[in-house]
Design a protein around this ligand. Sequence first.
Ligand SMILES: NC(=O)c1ccc[n+]([C@@H]2O[C@H](COP(=O)([O-])OP(=O)(O)OC[C@H]3O[C@@H](n4cnc5c(N)ncnc54)[C@H](OP(=O)(O)O)[C@@H]3O)[C@@H](O)[C@H]2O)c1
Length: 309
Amino acid sequence: MRALLTDHSTASGLRLGETADPIPEPHQALVRVSATSLNFGEVKHAIANSQDGVVLGWDAAGVVERAAADGSGPAAGTPVITLDADGAWAESRAVDTAMLGVVPAGADLGAISTIPVAGASALRALRRIGPLLGKRVLVTGATGGVGRYAVQLARLGGAHVLASTGDPAGHGDGLRELGAHEVIKHPEQAAGLVDGVVDNVGGAQLVAAFGKLAPHGTLVAVGHGTGEGESFPFGALFGDCGRHDRSLVTFYLLDGADLVPDLTWLAARVAAGDLDPGISWRGGWDRADEAVGALLEGRLHGKAVLDIS
Ligand SMILES: NC(=O)c1ccc[n+]([C@@H]2O[C@H](COP(=O)([O-])OP(=O)(O)OC[C@H]3O[C@@H](n4cnc5c(N)ncnc54)[C@H](OP(=O)(O)O)[C@@H]3O)[C@@H](O)[C@H]2O)c1
């Protein structure tokens, strides 16, 4: 089959080439991939940390070519959304049926491919905060893949949503259309306290956002793209003066629980038009270099989708 193989002699670290077809385990379905979307972590770190010639890629949408031999998962011919630690950047993918959701017939599989890492991380980070109805929720890095889904899902959950972006003038209108009630440039500009934070940036923004947490509030540390450390001023972690019982929790998307219901629900919401997939770049996988460059240079503000032909 054809695949995007790691190749450190190229600018993006990837090249289109031939490799062996995947051989599914009994609990894996074989999926013919239609589209994949890129994520900051895999493009920034996974390529650099891999040997030449391997097939990476977390997110893919496609159609089941051969159902899992153990009888789990959907039948051949079913459109699906898939997530795994590698293997998405290829014509075929063998994927665990616990990491695969069903997609409504006729859905745009490019739009669906934006969901696995970005949408599921946003959903699960918001769940970690707790019930959202009537709560104030801050999303940092709001124009990114996770951020855009988090803004929309927090609004859908009944929260008052504050979106933080480095460029409120350029992205404010778009974020309000997604559901943000307020758009700010930095967490320290939030007026009043918030009950929850989905932090996609780390560093000084995480520290400032933690400073805005109300009693019993939770900050979920999803991303650390700035590469900055976090240094808390003296007193920031005191539990007195009414600011008690605030939590800062780390986050890992692939932490155990079955992803099937979440992927299936998110796919239905995107297919129905309830959630905007936030595609800011789309092209054939022969143009992967362009998409990787745009993502690493911070020019995307949304998802890059590669159509696999
Ligand atoms: N822990 C997990 O399991 C998990 C899961 C998913 C993602 N992540 C991590 O979460 C972060 C967000 O993911 P994503 O897919 O949304 O990434 P993304 O699409 O690249 O978006 C990141 C956003 O962060 C903001 N940002 C501000 N300063 C930045 C900097 N120096 N470098 C990069 N971004 C900066 C930008 O938004 P503004 O311009 O609006 O400020 C940017 O759009 C990444 O670090 C990713 O690796 C972790």
